[in-house]
Design a protein. Structure first.
Length: 374
């Protein structure tokens, strides 16, 4: 079983992650981890913090001579903007943020104690973990990408684009949108939100390709990989909805327009010509690309603050204003990839097992032979 923990506050000394259960013998290069961290920092609409930070991971343990050794992998990313003990006290919780519920729950007099950990900066640690998982998945031909499909109601048109095209086009776009025209409109909308001291949300899509048939299981609720991936995406700060494949649109039409017909030829084996199921049937991967989308609410720090209540005086006051992003949906896509990579790697190891990369590879090859014969 693969598992991880993260630790660290937004303006604390650093962010830390420990990944446990990764096979030995996997070549892990800090450069690859840092490339993912750099992708997370980008995106039109980010605030001032990203100009301060240059997130770089130090691998503290679990890797020797650039190869994993089977022990827990500890990753540390220092915060340049380290000032946790010099920050103003916060008494006016922001509607939409964890501020008020956190202060009540943990009996904090200073909302700062809550917001520092609730901050989406924690996702630095998740992306570092995800980067290691991506390296593992790549050894088995599995790749994960993402792109922004909606910002503030502006929809991208990406029907018919291949995985490769989505990856290429979104990497060239400042908003990580694979539709150039929609990308420009999204940026104009972000500019408008900034001018009006507002924030804006959107939807990102995560796609995984090369995933073999049979990850996850239908036999029990907690073994459905589709559900685990939904939970993984819903756990990202500000995510309010997740859908798989055709998603909520399945409710708008008939079964014949929803289900992906089954075909077979010698070269490809079983395959589909459509992928409304988003790569899952019975919660199990069916060999098609995995496609999941997540809706991100507009960030709750508004430069023109909403009404709130001072937690000491109980009097109405405008919510606190913190430096923040106008939007971070492009970054959320990268975080979604990391979370998906972790869940996929976990599920892969659950099915194929192994303590070393070679052992997992042998087990996987045996399964491949088995399904070729089916
Ligand atoms: C973030 C760092 C934060 C915010 C944002 C994401 O930095 P700071 O609070 O210093 O500006 O930019 O955090 C939030 C959106 C949030 O809700 O707290 C990052 O590294 O991604």
């Amino acid at each position: 079983m693969l598992r991880f923990l993260t630790s660290g506050e937004s303006h604390g000394r650093c962010l830390v992650a420990i990944l446990e259960g990764m096979v030995a013998g996997l070549e892990v290069d800090e450069k690859e981890v840092n490339a993912e961290l750099a992708r997370r920092q980008m995106g039109y609409g980010r605030g001032g913090r990203m100009a301060i930070e240059k997130d770089e991971a130090q691998i503290l343990s679990g890797v020797r001579f650039k190869k994993t050794i089977g022990s827990p992998i500890a990753l540390l990313v220092p915060n340049k903007d380290f000032k946790i003990n010099d920050l103003p006290v916060v008494k006016r919780p922001r509607p939409g943020h964890a501020d008020l519920v956190g202060a009540i729950k943990y009996e904090r007099e200073d909302v700062r104690d809550v917001l520092e950990r609730a901050s989406a900066r924690e996702t630095v640690a998740r992306v570092a973990v995800g980067a290691v998982c991506r390296i593992f998945l790549k050894a088995f031909g599995i790749e994960v990408t993402s792109h922004v499909v909606v910002i503030g109601g502006v929809q991208a048109r990406t029907e018919g684009l291949s995985f490769e095209e989505v990856k290429r086009r979104s990497s060239l776009s400042p908003v990580r949108c694979a539709d150039e025209d929609a990308g420009r409109k999204m940026m104009r909308l972000i500019d408008r939100a900034k001018q009006t001291k507002d924030t804006v949300g959107g939807v990102f899509e995560v796609i995984a390709r090369g995933v073999p048939v049979g990850l996850g299981s239908f036999v029990h609720y907690d073994r459905r990989l589709s559900a685990k991936l939904c939970a993984a995406l819903a756990s990202i700060q500000a995510v309010k909805g997740v859908e798989i494949g055709m998603g909520f649109k399945v409710s708008e039409t008939f079964g014949r327009r929803v289900h992906d017909e089954i075909f077979h030829n010698r070269k490809r084996g079983f395959y589909r010509k459509t992928n409304n199921a988003g790569g899952f049937e019975g919660g199990v991967t069916n060999g098609e690309n995995l496609v999941l989308r997540a809706a991100v609410k507009p960030y709750s720090t508004l430069m023109s603050p909403l009404r709130s209540v001072n937690i000491d005086t109980k009097k109405e006051e405008p919510a606190a204003v913190e430096r923040s992003d106008v939007t971070a949906v492009p970054a959320c896509g990268v975080i979604g990839e990391a979370m998906a990579a972790f869940e996929l790697a976990n599920s892969f190891l659950e099915k194929f097992g192994g303590d070393s990369l070679k052992e997992t590879q042998r087990n996987f090859m045996g399964y491949k032979k088995q399904i070729e014969k089916f």
